[in-house]
Design a protein around this ligand. Sequence first.
Ligand SMILES: [Zn+2]
Length: 400
Amino acid sequence: MPLIEPRLADVLSGADPNSPNDVGEVLLRLLRFAQQQGATDLHFRPQPDGLLVSWRRDGVAQPLARFSAEVAANYVGRLKVMSGLLTYRVEIPQEGRLRAEFLQDGVEVRVATFPTIHGERAVVRLFVASGRYLHLEDLGLPQDEREALQNMLWETGGLVLISGPAGSGKTTTAYACLRYLLRHFAEEKILLTLEDPVEAVLPSVGQSEVRPSAGFDYVTGLKSLLRHDPDVLMVGEIRDRGTAEIVFQAALTGHLVVSTFHAGSVGESVSRLLDLGIEPFVLQSGLLGVLSQRLVRRLCPDCRRPAEQDALGLPVAGHFVAAGCAACRQTGYRDRVLLIELLDTNLPGFDRHVLTRADARAIESAAAAAGMTTRWDRAVELVESGVTSAVEIRRVLGFR
Ligand SMILES: [Zn+2]
């Protein structure tokens, strides 16, 4: 069996690929290894000549191990058993989660399968599993923004929105906000969540999951939850007008609401909420702030090189480019950092009336004029200080 990641040699040597116990043990070792190394996903990819296991680390997929075609189905099959999926159904997509006895630290691990022409593929989402980003202090937020965000969490009503594209770590930040609230108010506040699905179990938070197939969606769920007298609500994601409306209704009636939203910047978040039909005056009085975030890869400090070429139009005095060495597996990058901008609607000099305009640029300029450090300001800082490269910034933020 050709193996790709040398550190997994001991995991795989001696394991009998036809023994369910051995296969289960190999899968758990693979999962733990991926978790320890900070991977976010593990992919089981059936190919004509076998099963390729890849992991996604720092946003990039890389090969990890390979199993021969004869035993490929044993691995995906065992993973399905461990996740409570129907093993005899191989022709339909299935979704589940790793059964509790296989979990570490109560972190949910989601598993999904999909039939392909070479057999079933599977993906394991490791999510907030690494335990490195539990608290707001661990996220690498700039101090001013972290403190402003924490101040919002002391409010007794209003919406704190975490926005960004898919895979930008929004849920991790939302959980860090919940842990901050737990640390300060566990005794005196009632914290309830509605999620899809629950990503990590938090003690003394009333967590629940939507079940749309049973008519229990965000809108009906939130209506019911509001009758349970919460102080704080965490809503997994605002995806539609109905959810947005009830979230703002909650925010305006004495509840602190933390939620996530799919948008590329603070300006875009506000204009998309208006597009969803939120009344401008509701937005003005209900929105405490928007944290817009992206993840950018950090240049490997061992091999980055000062650049000679221009910085793809970024206004920087100097910058670095990626090279590649053993420490970064020849990628030139190691780990990721948050690239954020925070709209604090209480920023002195910020006119909340600007929120009534559905123009993302106008909102952004008003916020910048009132002192918000924009994602572009932050990007220039990160490039100039060699934390990341101009190429990486353009990959993540585009060219405007
Ligand atoms: Zn390197």
